[in-house]
Design a protein around this ligand. Sequence first.
Ligand code: PLP
Length: 432
Amino acid sequence: MKGYPQDRLHHAIKSIENVYYFDKSTRESHDRMMQEPLNTNDPEVFNIIQKEKRRQTYSLSLIASENFTSRAVSEVLSSCISNKFIQQSFRYSGDADSVDELEHLCQQRALKVYGLDPEKWGVNVRPYSGSFANFAVYTSVVEPDGRIMGTTSYSCNLDYSRLRNIADENGAYLLGDMAHISGLVAAGLVPSPFDYCDIVSTSTYKTLRGCRAGAIFYRKGVRSVDAKTGKETLYNLESLICEAVFPRLQGGRHNHSIAGLAVALKQAMTPEFKAYQVQMLANCRTLASSLIEKGYKIVTGGTDTHLFLLDLRPNGIDGVRAVKVLQDCAIGCNKSPCPGDSALHPFGLRLGTPALTSRGLVEEDFCQVAELLHRGIQLAVEIQMNMNPKSSFKEFKETLAQDKNYQNRVREIRDEVEAFAGKFPMPGMPEL
Ligand SMILES: Cc1ncc(COP(=O)(O)O)c(C=O)c1O
């Protein structure tokens, strides 16, 4: 080491060797550490995951972007496939046959699930997540001063042909981010963005029920034909998008995520998956209509999809306070702005049915879910009404935590939620 006295360096290495010498007993205990199961190897992490498993089992997740992966997907995630490091395109390592085979299988399945002709569409299954997928698209096709106009997680079906016309009038690409509805599109239950878009991105763990990853589909071949000259303009999205994913944004491939996505895509081609998606929609309509019957307002009046937004403005409570009380009652949902709201003070509650449908809940169960939700929201409204209207969220939380009556009411609802939720099996690995 330049500039460092050699004798001191030698001394430092020697003293480290004395402490960390890889002798027989250290080697044996190292080997035991490598083979030991998580519960004894790292009880702290094990206990946190067990606590989370218990929470998931005994609570009601109405978070629209959550779902439960299947056991097969979970197994893949902790498999040896994640040990393999492979740069995304450049070949620094030659022993990558199985991960290449896996990626190819995943791509084939992705095109098949959405009925896409491999001559006209390609897919990159490497994005680490939906946000990386979108960022790769922006990096590849948005020029300086270019604009991204968008909508996301909407409870009505989108009119893609209208969006296509607007894009054409402006010489723009049409990107469909189908993260929320990718399972519904796979099942053919909502209009497909593939009919009109140039690029379709998605995260893969929501209604598609894969693991945390992303994918980008892009068109290939002829983009347009000049009406006068007959000259064809070709798409050049493939290289732009694939190079944006690697080397610009990402490093080594997440083989375990690609494997998890491949397994989820296989499941997505089954009649069982389609039946699940049909049930998820029926459950969502039931939840929406039960809440409308109880006097609630839904921003879009109803729902075509797996989610909707409850407008709590007429109830005099904001989404932040409602989410807090519901969370204490073991009911999970998101706050979200209603049209006209400030994102900093949202009055909406976004509710979705993918996760609970995976656990086997059907319409009549969702009537009960609506009742439990209603009781939680009513409690939040009552607390707010008994407070100064200008009181802060911090004061709201303190009142909720300190008032014995409110705490008893929360416990009563939570006990019922836990007893109800606990009746439904939780997919995934048995222990973790
Ligand atoms: C429509 C949409 N696109 C992309 C994302 C980001 O996906 P990820 O969480 O995989 O980064 C989300 C996240 O919830 C989303 O709702």
